[in-house]
Each structure stands twice: as C-alpha cells, then as structure tokens.
Ligand binder design. Structure first.
Ligand code: PLP
Length: 403
C-alpha cells in the first residue's frame, strides 16, 4: 500500500486516508512537519513557511476568554511566521506544487484567482519548475505582488478585462486543452490537506482539538479542511474525541454560503462593496458529499454574516490588542468571534481557535521588497480565441516539454 488511499473518489470531494493513523511530527520546516498527513513523499525545497499557533493574551483579555488561540497565517517575524505571500493560500500552493512534481506532471498548471491564490502559486511554482498559467480579472492586478527575489519566468499572466466569473470561464475553456491542468479547487487533496495543517498545528500546541474553530470563508474549503483534519486527529487518539464546532463567517450582503444556510440572495453587484472580495465565491462546494453542508452538520457548526462596519471595528481591535495587521478577509472571522462572545455563544473557558487566514502584509511590504506581476496578455472575455491564446502561453512556458 502507498502512503494514502482515496475515498469518495467518484462522488463528492475525494478524501485522503493516510496509512499512518497516528501522526509523528518530523524535523522538517514549516508545513512539512506534518508530512505524514500530506499527499507527498518529499518536501518542496525553498518553501519553509507554515501556520504558527500561539495563545492570545491581548485579544483574549479584550473578549474575556481564557483559552483563545490564534492560528496566524502570514508574515510576522516576532513569532516566526513566514508565509511569503502572507495568506493561508501558501499552505495549499506548496503541497500542490510538490504533489504535481512527484506525479511528474508536465501540463501547465492553471489557476483562476482574484488575488491571494494567484500570489501563492506564483511564489511557489518555480521551486519545482512547474509552469503556471494565472487567469485573473483586471481589477485584481494591484494585488498580484510577489517577493522581489522570486523568479517569474515560469508564470504566464493572462488578464481578463471582466469580472472574476469571466476569468474562471476563460480558464475553464483553456483547461479543456490537453496541455493544461486545472488546480482543482476544493477537489484538490493537496489544497485541503495543506490547509488542514492549521488544525494540526493548533492541536499539537493545545494538546487537544479546540472546542470552536473560527474562519472567514469564500468557498468554505478551509472549513472542510479543518473538519477533515479533526477527524484524523480523533482517529489518532491523542487529541480527544470531540469535533470542533465550525464557526464560519461571511461578509454580508455578498455571502452565498450564508444564503445557502439562512436563505436570502446576494445582489448582482457583488462583489462590489465587499470588505474583501476574496470571500466571494458564486459556486462554493456546499451540497456535495464531503462539502460545507456536511461539515457544518457533522460539527454542529454555524455560519454568521458580518458587515463591513463590524469587520472594520474587528480589524482595529485586533491590531490594537495583538499588534499586527491582518487582511480584510481575516477581520471577518475576528468580527464573528466578537459577535459570538457578545451574544454569549462562546463561554470564557471554551477553547477557541481563531484562524487569521492572512496577516502581516503591511509589515512585509514595509520590511521587504516586492514586485508586481505584469500581464503577458490582456483580453476581453468575448474576444477570447482559446487556440490562439494557448499557443502564446505554450510558447512562453516551453512547448518542448510536450514533445
Ligand atoms: C481564500 C481566503 C479565505 C477563504 O478561504 P476558503 O476556506 O477557501 O473559503 C479567507 N481568508 C483569506 C485571506 C483567503 O485568502
């Protein structure tokens, strides 16, 4: 038997079942500490970051909680947090790139993204010489920075003069060609198990599975990953036998997952006006087997809708009490935690894990040099001639590998 098998393969989200039911922490850096439960055999050299969990003192005092732990995903040297593109999308990029490399994948990895995912993959793909096609809406270009020293010659940036859904549409068409492979989204096991290391890191720090897990969601993949990692931890036997209650949060009124649970519809202007557009996903994996609905059901989880005003206030409180900047998306989770404390849903001795899904971006930009990715091509969705475009992409990224 190999390192893992898959369940759910034909129906819903394929899920890894690792041969090692009990995890051993290795001496590898960052995320690779948890390599027993990642779908790879080796580490990706040059990728050293991981989630850093610490016990809060500032925010916990503010909220009257005795056991608040923060899973910090970003850049913050003071606590040794070193995710280079400052969000937990780095946790999915590293394992995905390594997995494709081990599978000897020769096709061009294709990622449609409105920001953080694109940055994470652009930062990691050169470490294994994986050619990368990014398809992004024009409005996201200002978010596409990577560290100055990261080579970008293996990236083709295709800019779509339209919205995120139109970028996804163009990307889907390109992925029908044999030279391209889609990253896979929620179905990508390396993505979910990479994000699942947030729960693993916390469980080792806390010596148990937390009672509650707070996260801001767009697709909800991070929530599914936390649930899956918790099931593995229960099966391991060293971390208790209680699943954490998932406390997911979205930014109302642009909140499709929130609508799936509580009813209501989002405006057709969305994601315009959102506190953070990365939280808008029109087709989240909600109802499919192993998806968000099942994760909420299994954990007695809830999903709250937070407004821009609540998020703004939460962001200020976090900065004042913990001392580091967080991404707007993460402020939605902080707002949900505050809300649940105010309404008495969370009690002072509950153990709570707050996933700060992105942070330290302002700090990173102050201390390091960055550069912006420039489009190799810009097109209007209606003008997209997929064959012509694909020729240009293959031309830049190296057609010879398909010989
Ligand atoms: C992608 C992202 C999220 C939402 O993650 P999902 O679990 O995929 O819904 C939250 N915060 C940040 C900073 C993100 O980049």
């Amino acid at each position: 038997m190999g390192k893992y098998t898959l369940t759910n393969e034909n129906n819903g989200l394929p899920r890894t079942v690792y041969e090692k039911a009990q995890i051993d922490i290795t001496s590898y850096p960052g995320i690779w500490k948890f390599i027993d439960w990642l779908p790879v055999d080796n580490v990706l050299n040059g990728f050293d970051g991981g989630c850093v969990t610490y016990k809060s003192s500032g925010l916990s005092r503010e909220l009257g909680l005795n056991n608040l732990y923060i899973a910090f995903n970003g850049y913050w040297p003071e606590i040794n947090a070193n995710l280079n593109t400052c969000s937990f999308k780095d946790l999915e990029a590293g394992p995905t790139i390594e997995m494709l490399h081990e599978k000897k994948e020769k096709r061009i990895l294709t990622v449609a993204s409105a920001g953080n995912t694109a940055r994470a993959f652009a930062n990691a793909c050169h470490l294994s010489d994986i050619p990368l096609l990014l398809v992004v809406p024009k409005s996201s270009l200002s978010k596409l920075w990577i560290p100055e020293e990261t080579p970008d010659d293996r990236v083709f940036l295709l800019c779509v003069d339209g919205d995120y859904s139109e970028a996804i549409e163009v990307s889907n068409q390109i992925c029908e060609l044999k030279e391209f492979i889609p990253e896979g989204g929620a179905k990508n096991i390396a993505r979910r198990d990479g994000m699942g290391t947030v729960m693993l890191d916390a469980a080792f720090k806390m010596k148990k599975i937390p009672d509650y897990y707070f996260q801001a969601v767009g697709s909800g993949t991070g929530g599914i990953s936390a649930w899956e990692a918790s099931m593995r931890l229960i099966n391991d036997g060293h971390f208790g036998n209680k699943l954490p209650v998932l406390k997911l949060a979205q930014n109302v009124p642009c909140a499709p997952l929130f609508n799936s649970v509580h009813g209501g519809v989002y405006s057709k202007d969305c994601p315009k006006g959102m506190y953070d557009g990365v939280l808008f996903n029109r087709k989240p994996p909600y109802g499919i087997p192993g998806g968000v609905a099942e994760a909420l059901d299994a954990t007695n989880g809830t999903i709250d809708g937070m407004t821009n005003e609540q998020a703004e206030k939460a962001s200020e409180i976090f900065y004042r009490t913990e001392g580091v900047d967080i991404m707007n998306a993460a402020a939605i989770a902080v707002a949900a935690l505050i809300y649940n404390c105010e309404t008495g849903n969370i009690k002072e001795n509950d153990t709570v894990l707050l996933n700060i899904t992105g942070g330290g971006e302002a700090l990173y930009k102050k201390e390091k040099t960055i550069k912006y990715l420039k489009p190799d091509m810009t097109l209007k969705p209606e003008d997209a001639d997929i064959n012509e475009i694909s020729k240009k992409i293959i031309n830049k990224l190296g057609a010879s590998i398909y010989a």
